[in-house]
Design a binder for this molecule. Structure first.
Ligand SMILES: [Mg+2]
Length: 250
């Protein structure tokens, strides 16, 4: 394997079915010739990823990182399987869902997401509208005063996740590399929104698709000395463009 390629799913791969199909064929060829190991890294649950592989044409992957970097799955994948226990235990040792709830207790503007989006190490809600920024600032303020350390991720000016400080997509990728003993020549990541920010912090080569949210574009703009490429094309076509730019595709 020369390239470890890690991609977000929603609005990074999805949005243009034809372009996604074309990218999927290219990734399959690279994986089959052992030139690439491919990771899907998403806010989705495992079941939503597996469903997407069946119904949305998501490319097959070698590793799945779900729920914003709080769950890691190795193949063979199936609904109901358990995530990698070492990573789970590490995160669980730093996080209590009950304590995290204090950060949003009686907070106007906080709407919890459905229970299918909650896990014991991820508290998720919606924060949107004109007062959203003040609400998010208040969550950060409470987090500073709390005894546990948190990673607070707000994306699309709507979805807010409260995670253990050591979680997030970027750190999950580092854990997978270490756990599997991977020594790729290059690591390329691709994303479109604020829950992808942490993927761009580790010196990996970063693809930001043209349709990315302002929060990600602003985030990468201040990451000096990091190899970042903002594509001309949106979604899967942009991912293909970025992979060619960094030499991840011939
Ligand atoms: Mg996305």
């Amino acid at each position: 394997m020369q390239t470890l390629f890690v991609s977000d799913i929603d609005n990074t791969l999805t949005g243009d079915e034809k372009a996604l199909q074309e990218l999927g064929t290219l990734l399959k060829t690279q994986r089959e010739s052992q030139e690439m190991l491919f990771i899907l890294c998403t806010g989705r649950s495992l079941s939503a990823v597996l469903e997407g592989c069946q119904t949305e044409g998501l490319p097959e992957a070698d590793v799945l990182i779900c729920h914003v970097g709080t769950e890691i799955y190795l193949p063979p994948f199936h609904v109901g399987m358990q995530p990698l226990v070492g990573w789970q235990n590490w995160l669980r040792s730093q996080f209590s869902y009950r304590l995290a709830e204090y950060l949003v207790e009686d907070l106007e503007g906080w709407i919890p997401q459905p229970s299918s989006n909650q896990t014991e190490i991820k508290l998720s809600g919606y924060v949107e509208g004109p007062s959203a920024e003040a609400t998010v600032a208040e969550i950060h303020r409470r987090a500073k005063e709390a005894t546990e350390d948190y990673l607070i991720v707000w994306s699309h000016q709507k979805y807010l996740d409260i995670l253990p400080a050591e979680a997030g997509k970027g750190k999950a990728i580092q854990y997978v590399k270490q756990h599997l003993g991977l020594t790729p020549t290059q690591v390329i990541v691709a994303g479109d929104s604020g829950n992808d920010n942490s993927m761009f912090e580790h010196g990996f080569q970063g693809i930001v698709v043209a349709n990315a949210q302002p929060e990600l574009k602003e985030w990468v703009a201040q990451l000096v000395d990091q190899p970042i490429y903002i594509t001309q094309q949106p979604a899967a076509a942009g991912v293909q463009e970025g992979l060619r730019y960094f030499g991840g595709l011939p």
